[in-house]
Design a protein around this ligand. Sequence first.
Ligand SMILES: CCCCCCCCCCCCCCCC(=O)SCCNC(=O)CCNC(=O)[C@H](O)C(C)(C)COP(=O)(O)OP(=O)(O)OC[C@H]1O[C@@H](n2cnc3c(N)ncnc32)[C@H](O)[C@@H]1OP(=O)(O)O
Length: 222
Amino acid sequence: MMSRRFPEAAAVGVGGFVRDDTPTEQVDRREAVVASLAGTVRDLVDATIRTTLGDAELHRIRDDLAAVVDRLRAGQLPGPAGIRYNSERRSWNWGNAVMGAANALAPPLDVVHDASGCHADVDLGAAYEGPPGLVHGGVSAMLLDHIMGETASAMRRTTFTGTLTTRYRRGTPLGPLRLEASIVREEGRKVFVAGSIADADGVTVEAEGVFIQPAGAPAADG
Ligand SMILES: CCCCCCCCCCCCCCCC(=O)SCCNC(=O)CCNC(=O)[C@H](O)C(C)(C)COP(=O)(O)OP(=O)(O)OC[C@H]1O[C@@H](n2cnc3c(N)ncnc32)[C@H](O)[C@@H]1OP(=O)(O)O
């Protein structure tokens, strides 16, 4: 069993981004490879939840998978993936819980920056269920936290979630959903953001949040 404590990660701290001068072309190529692997692992998670196979077959599959894990463990980072960037301002955070390319737990969320903020279309399957057929409330909050945080940061400054308030207006069905977020106002280091999740029939969850630029955190615009 792997260790769950990563002391070196604690040292990253606020605004801690790792400079990594891997050329962008190489980063893009590797990202496509890890995203493809994560996509298959995501399928595996869904298939595991929904399998109806017998116990003996599941034991055999578990043994096969354990062998695959051993192969992956042959080359590992010492801790979490972190956020890396190169001199061409290409950044990558493949372990991110919401949009990490290598993270099969991430839905993943493909966030688009538009004139009013950010939006993302996502299709949530069986792995994100809370109440029967509905998205887990914590998953909704997680997705909103991310898209609202990305809106606050506008990819040019570091912001951390200070407060996130969610109002669940009705159940959010699993399946295709639309997330939106926009900046409401800014006060010094505080950015107030509104966000929502909607299905085809309208908004299911709405949220407001305060995202804060930690004192001394880096910003691309100075
Ligand atoms: C080059 C760069 C490019 C970067 C491009 C990156 C793009 C990549 C996008 C990824 C998007 C990720 C989106 C996920 C975002 C998370 O998930 S972040 C993880 C969850 N959040 C955390 O862990 C935060 C933990 N908390 C903290 O670190 C600190 O408490 C904070 C929030 C940074 C604030 O600390 P601080 O700067 O010391 O705050 P402080 O000076 O006490 O107060 C400043 C102001 O904020 C207010 N405030 C403080 N705390 C709070 C609070 N919790 N709630 C409300 N207001 C508060 C204070 O009242 C004060 O207000 P004023 O008096 O000025 O009116």
